[in-house]
Write a protein that binds this ligand. Sequence first.
Ligand SMILES: Nc1ncnc2c1ncn2[C@@H]1O[C@H](COP(=O)(O)OP(=O)(O)OP(=O)(O)O)[C@@H](O)[C@H]1O
Length: 342
Amino acid sequence: MTALSVRDLHKSYGRARVLDGVSLDVAEGTTTAILGASGCGKTTLLRLIAGFDRADGGTIALAGRVVSAVPPEKRSIGYVAQEGALFPHLTVQANIAFGLSRAAGTRAERRHRVAELLDLVRLDASLARRHPHELSGGQQQRVALARALARRPALVLLDEPFSSLDTALRSATRTAVAEALRAERVTTLLVTHDQAEALSLSDEVAVLTRGRFTQVAPAREIYAAPVDLDTARLLGPGTTLPGKADAGAVSCTLGTLRVAQPCPDGDATVFVRPEQLRVTPAAGGNAVVRASGFLGADTVLTVELPDGTLLDARADATVAYTTGERVTVDVVGAVNAYAART
Ligand SMILES: Nc1ncnc2c1ncn2[C@@H]1O[C@H](COP(=O)(O)OP(=O)(O)OP(=O)(O)O)[C@@H](O)[C@H]1O
């Protein structure tokens, strides 16, 4: 069943058209990540769905019911903002219980639900009596999620919920949140501009560009075959090269390569991701290492081809590459190519 259905949504601020015909369906119990550049309208869309702002046109339906006239508190939506916005004067327990109305069972039942929620977001019960300032940023975000889930909402909106956390905390919090959402089988819309977050947390990724969704597809599918160059770049780094497409292949400075999806014959832009290039040390190699950055798990190299083309490649971190060293560069698998913009 479709939990959320957005149709042809429009929103402008003055003359600036932010959403220009946005449509999206989210199936019940799934997570869709909205990926888009800063300022593309992601938060605007969430605010319209939550009912904090009104659209200029289009409809939003929750479980098949159009909600234009329904106030935010009656939409059965949980919202977690960039920084959880917990009540600073209330304990963790009281913050979570705030989401539960007094009508929702006895005091003992509410306590039980709070304990259940703390467990769900993997927070120790001993934290229940602390105040937000006595928690780490990651713990605060997990309390914010517990509060949003308290009333068993039909839909949870997460607006860049991990952006204020450092790398290690971000990854741990992300895992805890993903597991909690899966356990509750709650329908979720996650806004992010972090491609790793979008790809790892979602059933589907929806790419918002120039006021519309340009592609909505499962993470693997969208990563392997982005519809256009902007979408390809949003999903991760890559080098663009001029080329010529002809009958299902594309020729460029790297040779004649297979294409992952159809590209019209003629001038093309080839997009090669760092992991699609295999670099091997070789005295008589066709390229020279111009820069190398050791990242721990792997190394990112910038290599130069004889015609001066610079390529970014991912390489084996156990090999210490030096600037000026000769290497061979091969392309692994099919690449994406798009009709060149005139
Ligand atoms: N209340 C408002 N009044 C005027 N302009 C606004 C208002 N809210 C947002 N905007 C503008 O609308 C555009 C979209 O903003 P929005 O916050 O939705 O983007 P975003 O994709 O969430 O960005 P970010 O990733 O940086 O948070 C921006 O250009 C912003 O300046």
